[in-house]
Design a protein around this ligand. Structure first.
Ligand code: SF4
Ligand code: SF4
Length: 165
């Protein structure tokens, strides 16, 4: 079966916002380890349907947080002095977090691969926070992320269809 995940997401992400908000509020009352286990499976299935290399929307729209461990790891990999890396690639966002200073990300290659994939920031590795038993810890974030990530949107639709009323 061919899944038009991109079209589905673009067409529905606005109109489904209300019902997904309701769903999130419902999940907040039903958080269990079992629910996280189930969503871990939905996450795996969904990322078999969606190829991040065809999407790259997170890398083009959300500057990732870069912590100090990330800075040390990335600069070692790039062979760049930390001060130069900070000046060239980092800024502070409105919350005071240290983030990459441009969108699309300067490390995004033209074929949507990440130029520093092996050493990418932790925030990039963890995104979109729907596996590793993290789903129910990040419910408010998912509500924001449905606008940016078709996988989060798709996972939430699957939860909506499968969650007992
Ligand atoms: S560092 Fe890599 S994974 Fe992270 S936003 Fe940039 S291109 Fe994407
Ligand atoms: S926005 Fe979601 S689906 Fe798209 S590349 Fe990022 S993680 Fe993958």
């Amino acid at each position: 079966m061919i899944i038009n995940w991109k079209e589905d997401w673009l067409q529905q992400k606005g109109t489904k916002q209300k019902s997904i908000k309701k769903l999130i509020n419902r999940i907040k009352k039903q958080r269990t380890k079992r629910l996280d286990e189930w969503v871990n499976q939905l996450h795996s299935n969904t990322f078999k349907e969606i190829d991040c290399l065809e999407c790259a929307n997170c890398c083009t729209t959300i500057p990732p947080i870069v912590n100090e461990t990330d800075v040390r790891r990335i600069t070692r990999h790039l062979g760049l002095p930390i001060a130069t890396f900070r000046e060239k690639y980092l800024t502070k966002d409105e919350d005071g977090d240290q983030v990459i200073n441009a969108s699309p990300c300067p490390f995004l290659l033209t074929d949507n691969r990440c130029d520093i994939y092996e050493v990418r920031p932790k925030a990039c590795r963890k995104y979109p926070h729907t596996d590793n038993f993290e789903f129910t810890k990040n419910l408010d974030l998912h509500l924001i992320n449905i606008q940016y990530c078709p996988a989060v949107f798709r996972i939430l639709l699957k939860v909506e269809n499968g969650l007992p009323k």
